[in-house]
Design a protein around this ligand. Sequence first.
Ligand code: SPV
Ligand code: MG
Length: 286
Amino acid sequence: MQRTTYPSFRETLADSGLVKVAGVHSALGGLLAQEAGFPALWASSFEISAVRGLPDASLLTMTEYLQAAADVQKVAGIPVIADCDTGYGNNMNVAHMVHEYERAGISAICIEDKAYPKMNSFAGTGQELIEAEVFAGKIEVARRARSDLRSYLIARTEALICGRGVDEAIARCHRYADAGADAVLIHSRQPSNAEILEFLDRWQRRLPVVVVPTTYPDWHADDAAKAGVNVVIYANQGLRAMISALRRTYGSIHDLGAADHLTADIASVRDVFRLQRLEEWQHLQP
Ligand code: SPV
Ligand code: MG
């Protein structure tokens, strides 16, 4: 059973002062985040790479990222924001990406101003920005390539990740807003939200702001909203929880040679059937 209707991310944002978004890499993760109450999902390049046992370093192709995001959107009744890294190449790649994601029903896209191939923002080395003008060109191309009115384009600057400071981040975000971005994502890997707060103070709410508080997870969403944030992405906690749960589960089954001690702690088979909507599918078959 595929979901054909869900609100656009633009509608979700308009409905709420603050949108909390869960990072996912699978349709099942999307269903669980939706059940938990999240109104939108982030198809994370970090998560999608990690579940393939690969680094988040532009190793997968656009088609693989698209398939992963589309798998989620097919079953989720809420919008998926696709983390599209650098746009997978130059302006031509960006236009192709917009066409393909729209065709798959994914109308919210985020691209970032790092050089292709990119390296995950938390990896110590390999962080390289492209010129602001070149990235602004990608935003303009992405905007022109849209044909779906629901489309939503987030321009992400990695200026802080690359150690270029708040001045550079502000200048870049203004340039990307001029180029037609619908929102900006400002990312930091500092252990506090200090540089994000400075950014917000100077940004003056020109466009909606998206943050990813991975290294400053104590920042409460309500406080972020008061400071001028519109979207908070919890980008990788699901992946990390899954790793811990699987490690614990496999380890104890292996060591004890049985699985009965886990019964109360793990989802039942019936719960899995419910998530699969097995009954609805069985009704198709006389
Ligand atoms: C992701 O989740 O893939 C992101 C956020 O882009 S980060 O990993 O912090 O770069
Ligand atoms: Mg990413």
